[in-house]
Each structure stands twice: as C-alpha cells, then as structure tokens.
Design a binder for this molecule. Structure first.
Ligand code: B12
Ligand code: SF4
Length: 536
C-alpha cells in the first residue's frame, strides 16, 4: 500500500470556545478512537498529523494543507462543524472520512458531505479506506465492521497522540481508557442497547496502567466503557495486579446495579474517585438501578440511600437523568428529582432532555413512525440545546416550565451549598460549584428560560416546535453561524437541514446500505496488506 499523508481531527467541541471551564476541561474529553486510528495508521507506515480540537485551535492552519486523507471524529453536536471541515479539506484536494457517534447515528446525512462514513470501525475497515483512498461523491461510502473491534491499541501505543492532547489541559489531565465495549443491558433509548458486551484484553490494560505510572506521579484515568465493571472482578484483578492500591485516580460510568457495597469497597481501595451512575427515570429501567419494580417515591428513597452509600466510598458522584421520557407525566417526576436532591445532597445531577439520535436506538423508529421527531439542526443535539422528540405527555411550554423549575432548584445557592458540605474532598467540592455556576448549571437555566420566553413570543419558533413548519427559526440559524465562527463560510449549502425520519425510510428503502467488510471477504486478506476493492 502506498504511504499516505493523513490528518486526524478529534472534535471535542462544536465550535470556537472561550470559557474558562472549556480551557481547563475540554482536552480531558478527547475520544479514544481517533488516537486508535492514528496508532493503526502509523503502525502501517503512514504519516499522521493529529489534532484534538478543543475550541481554541485554528483548524485551517493546524491541519496540514497537503494531506491526502482526513479522518474526522464527531459527535452529532459537532456535525455541522465536521461538514464544514470536510468541505474545506476537499477544496484542498483531500479525501475525507467521518467516524464516531454522528457517523453511527446519521450515516445517510453524513455521506452527503464525506467520502467515507464509518460505523463500527476495526483495523480492517481503516486499512480498506487507506487502500481505496478515493473520492466518493456526491454520496460517500458507508463502511462498517460486523461488530465492535475485539482489540484496540492501548495507552502505550496511543501515547504519541495522548501527550499533545493533555498538554492542552493546564491542571487536571485525564487519560482515556477502555476496558470493554457494548453493554449487556437493554435500556431502550441507548445506542448500546443492541450492541453485545465485549471485554477487551486485560493484559493491555495492565500494561497501560504500569506505563502511565512512568508518565505521571499520580495518573488520572477516565474509563470510556459504556458501562464500566460488568466483568467487575476481572477489571479489579487487572488493576490490582498492575499498580499499588490507590495509586491511580479512576473515573467511570457504571450502573447502580454494579455498585453494591463490596464492590464499592474494592473500588475505593483501587483509587476510584468519581462514579457516574445512570438513574434515568423514577418509573422505568429498574433493572439498571437494582430497584426492580419500585417506582416513584419508593424508588427515589432507595436510590438516594444507595447514592449516599456510594459517597461514603467514592468522593464524586454524578447521577444522570433523562427528562421527558414517555413514562413521565405532570409535575411528579420533576418533584421526585428535587426530593432526591434533598435526600442525596452530595450527588451532582446531570440532566439530558430526551433525544433521538437518528439510528442510535431501535426506539427511535417508534418516535419517527409517530411523527414525533423534530428536525432541529444537529448542532443543537447534545441533550440540552434542543429536545428533538415531542414529549408524549406535556405541551412544550409546560415541559420547559418543569425543566426550568428543576434546573433552578438544582443550581440554587442553598442546594449548591448543601452539595458543597456533603462532598468531603476539595477537588470534587469545587468541581461541583464550578459546574453549577458555569454553562452547565446557570448557563442552561438562562438558555431554557430564553427558549421558554420565545415559545410565547416568537411565533416562528413556536410553530417549529409544534411541527407546523420545518423552516428553521432565525434564533437557531443565527446561533449556528455564531458558534461555527470562521468555519461557517465552509458549511455546504443545505447542511443545516436533515431528514429526521431518515432511519425509518432507510429501513424500508435503504439509500446508503452499509458495506460490511465481511461481505467483501472474498478479496485477499488484510494481513497481506491488499484490501478489498470498493465500488466507485
Ligand atoms: C464515554 C462517553 C462519553 C465520555 C467520553 C466522550 C468521548 N470523547 O469519547 C464523556 C463523558 C466525555 C461524554 C460526553 C458527551 N457525550 Co457521551 N458517551 C459516552 C459513551 C458512554 C461511550 C462512548 C464510547 O467511547 N464508546 C467506546 C467506543 C470505542 O465505541 P463507539 O463510540 O461505539 O465507537 C465506534 C465507532 O463509532 C467508531 N468511532 C468512534 N469514534 C471514531 C472516530 C474516528 C475518527 C473513526 C474513524 C471511528 C470512530 O469506532 C468505534 C469502534 O467501532 C456513549 C454511550 C454508549 N453507550 O456508547 C455516550 C454517547 C457517545 N455520548 C453522547 C452525548 C450526547 C454526549 C455529550 C453531548 C453529552 C453532553 N451533553 O455533554 C458529550 C459530548 C462530548 C463530545 N466530545 O462532544 C451520545 C452521542 C450521540 C450522538 N450521536 O452524538 C451517546 C451515544 C450517549 C447517548 N445519549 O445515547 N460521553
Ligand atoms: S446500562 Fe448504560 S450503556 Fe448499558 S444499555 Fe443502559 S444506558 Fe446503555
């Protein structure tokens, strides 16, 4: 295979950023996969330039002008930014590839702007793209592996990309790691509800942890596993075999059902400092929170006790909730969450507005069938800036009233004060205060209040929410332009719109049927470095 000049861009944010929180934290939210792709490309002898975009870099000047192939990793909120980057790079003669959550959720749309759109990505998929490396326009190729990869390069192999990324984080430096992919649970709204659980190689994890102790006095590791600790003993054994007790600070997303007291004790001994369990709903998903059939206030009380127990072992707990699920009705779910905050005052609440990310979950087909998905530009689909599913049991103004009431309560000074006092160690305490007063707490309250005001006063916006028009209200169009900064001028025509029912339509008549690598297996194997020939 010829040696290629490649650029890889990891979009951690959706446009230029100036906030203090962004400066301190954004580099810590870098993804694993762009680094993995970099490691695979270099191992195959290609020349790689890597950029983690945290909102403070100038993309046109930091991406070398003479690269042949550009990989972009993007969440849906960064889709418009990604489309603009692809357009810019294509104008310089490069071929472009999109991977990440947006590519998995909206391949039909992304294929209009990228030459390749990747679903599940393993080394074979990347090698196929590198071998083909041709423009596919006007509609790009949608390639996918049959499932999640069974092995990924560890921290040691990704270090060349991790190091410059973390150099952008002034104080707290969190190294991203993965112990598993997929999840055995089936929460209907989740992208991993139908992806089989797959543990990764524990030898790689052991080696990575030892390696990190040569780089930092006390490393910090953020596990990106969809649900950390499903194979709890295997993970703990690996950590205990690799490093002395409590010598690395760990952060993980884990479901409450995995956090019984013996597990908490072991997590504490091994240095776990932050845990992010998903509670999601007071009426549903009891298996995940180990509350079985309990609902309403009974579930609130049991979960609050559990969260308080967790905080005796783990200093920082963030509890995740989804607002606007179909099981919710009236004020009760919101009031129950306030009650939960009273009963578990140390937990930081993270709220997501119910969102249907394209083909992320089979449940989204139901929303599309029912005509409940609104075409908000991708830029707003980050669980907060827009809710693209019409709530089943609320009119929009009422829904926003409830969301505002809950947000105001959660980030009111008495509740911030209680959270401060209930959290014992210094960094978690102050982290909670900073999150509350920054864009996450106060900022969202301001934003929701503005949307609520406009639901009464901005006729065009209200009609858009009600589904009476698909013409994008000025308010949203202006925000995308402002947020994209100089890259706005590279946004292709029509790229603000998408078909919110593309998944449903594609089920009936596939437009961009994904090419599975296994379908091309009659071609010579990748080990021989000769990859399948793709259609042009
Ligand atoms: C860990 C995680 C995080 C971490 C780390 C994020 C990160 N930079 O990777 C943190 C906590 C920081 C985070 C933040 C957010 N997250 Co998050 N997060 C996850 C989680 C739990 C796991 C994702 C993961 O890393 N899996 C492991 C990787 C290896 O597998 P994968 O994602 O399936 O990727 C495969 C392919 O997509 C491909 N691939 C992935 N990336 C790339 C990149 C390139 C270049 C290529 C070629 C291929 C490729 O290869 C992989 C192997 O097959 C998922 C939920 C889930 N259960 O998956 C949500 C999820 C990805 N997050 C989501 C959201 C909405 C967010 C936030 C917007 C939340 C918020 N309001 O702040 C932010 C956005 C952060 C950002 N960078 O823009 C959504 C994304 C939906 C979407 N279409 O955008 C998900 C799916 C959850 C959901 N709501 O359903 N998140
Ligand atoms: S436990 Fe978490 S990762 Fe697993 S299906 Fe439910 S929401 Fe998704």
């Amino acid at each position: 295979m010829p040696k290629r000049r490649i650029a890889i861009i990891d979009l951690v944010t959706k446009g230029p950023c100036r906030s203090f929180y962004g400066r301190v934290m954004n580099a810590n939210f870098a993804s694993v996969m762009p680094q993995v792709v970099g490691a695979w490309c270099e191992a195959d002898g290609h020349e790689v330039s890597f950029l983690c975009y945290t909102g403070f870099e100038d993309i046109p000047s930091e991406v070398p002008a003479d690269v042949e192939l550009v990989f972009v990793g993007a969440f849906t909120q960064a889709a418009q930014l990604a489309y603009a980057i692809s357009n810019l790079c294509r104008s310089r003669g490069a071929v472009t590839v999109l991977g990440g959550p947006h590519a998995r959720c909206y391949p039909e749309d992304a294929a209009k702007y990228f030459d390749y759109v990747l679903g599940f990505t393993d080394r074979g998929v990347v090698q196929t793209v590198l071998a083909d490396c041709g423009p596919h326009r006007p509609v790009g190729l949608h390639l996918t592996a049959d499932g999640q990869p069974s092995e990924l390069p560890g921290v040691r192999e990704r270090w060349r990309f991790i190091e410059p990324t973390l150099a952008k984080a002034p104080w707290i430096k969190i190294v991203p790691m993965l112990g598993s992919l997929g999840c055995p649970y089936t929460c209907s709204f989740c992208i991993d509800s139908v992806v089989p659980f797959r543990p990764l190689d524990m030898d790689v994890i052991r080696d990575d942890l030892r390696f990190l102790r040569t780089k930092f006095r006390r490393p910090k590791v953020g596990w990106h596993d969809p649900n950390f600790g499903v194979r709890f003993d295997d993970c703990m054994n690996a950590i205990e075999a690799a490093v002395p007790p409590d010598s690395v600070d760990f952060i993980a997303e884990s479901s409450l059902s995995l956090l019984a007291e013996p597990h908490l004790r072991r997590l504490q001994q091994n240095g776990f400092k932050a845990i992010l369990p998903g509670i999601e709903s007071w009426y549903d998903l009891g298996n995940k929170s180990k509350t079985g059939r309990k609902q309403g206030i009974d579930k609130v009380e049991q979960v609050a006790d559990h969260v308080n127990l967790i905080q005796r072992y783990i200093p920082y707990v963030q509890t995740n909730f989804v607002l606007g699920l179909d099981v919710d009705e009236g004020s009760e779910p919101f009031e129950l969450t306030k009650r939960f905050l009273d009963l578990a005052p140390g937990a930081f609440p993270a709220y997501s507005l119910l969102s249907a990310f394209g083909r992320a979950a089979p449940l989204n087909l139901d929303y599309q069938r029912e005509g409940r998905v609104r075409p908000f530009p991708f830029h707003f689909l980050n669980n907060n800036h827009a809710m693209n599913v019409v709530p089943a049991n609320y009119a929009w103004p009422r829904f926003y009233d409830e969301v505002i009431g809950l947000t105001r309560y959660s980030f009111s000074w008495p509740v911030i004060g209680r959270r401060f006092r209930a959290t014992k160690t210094t960094i978690p305490r102050w982290m909670n205060v900073i999150r509350a007063v920054s864009s996450e707490g106060f900022g969202r309250l301001r934003y929701y209040t503005e949307i609520r005001r406009r639901l009464d006063t901005d006729r065009a916006l209200r009609r858009y929410y009600e589904g009476e028009t698909t013409e994008l209200p000025e308010f949203f169009a202006e925000r995308v332009q402002r947020d994209l900064g100089p890259l706005w001028s590279w946004l292709p025509a029509g790229a603000l719109e998408h078909d919110p029912n593309a998944y449903l339509k594609a089920e009936a008549h596939p437009v961009v049927a994904p090419i599975r690598l296994s379908q091309l297996s009659a071609s010579p194997s990748h080990d021989e470095q000769s990859s399948p020939v793709l259609p042009h």
